[in-house]
Ligand binder design. Sequence first.
Ligand code: PNS
Length: 183
Amino acid sequence: MAKRKKGEDKDMGKVAIYPGSFDPITYGHIDVVERALEIFDKVIIAIAENEEKRPLFSVEERLQMVKAFFKDTPKVLVDSFKGLLVDYVAKTNAIVILRGLRATSDFEYEFHMASMNRSLNTHLDTLFMMTSKDYFFVSSRTIKEVAKLGGGVEGLVPDLVVRRLKEKFKLPVTKKKQIGWDD
Ligand code: PNS
């Protein structure tokens, strides 16, 4: 009988791990997951527990938002991990690490990370997918900055994330400022 390759579990099929901070998840991330599902049987979204990055949302909050979005997509599993990504991947059936690339500016960081992961586990590859043109300017960092300053992020993140951002930043109702020569 042919030996089954890692990542080709009879129940799971081909599995990819999509790791990240997801602080918070955006439609850019979701676009990558949806396109990856055309290649893989399962995608595990793995939320990194890294307090050093001082995330806005706790791991539980991030898990809840991601799980809520994919609740009707059984091909997507959502989990969190602590420590090295390669150690987490080794505990799963994944054959590949999946990452999104928005622009060439992402490349250096991603190249270093993929190379380090490959040096830690020579069997592990990272697959990059270009984020679609509709979301290439969307990052969790800019979403938080815009939301904090009261800007609209609807359409760039799921509605639940919009609500959670508003709760987090306790946004006041803004009044129109009157500007005139008498001020
Ligand atoms: O969304 P992010 O913040 O760009 O994701 C980065 C992440 C979480 C994938 C990366 O920091 C990571 O893998 N952290 C786990 C710790 C680790 O394995 N570090 C070595 C890889 S360089």
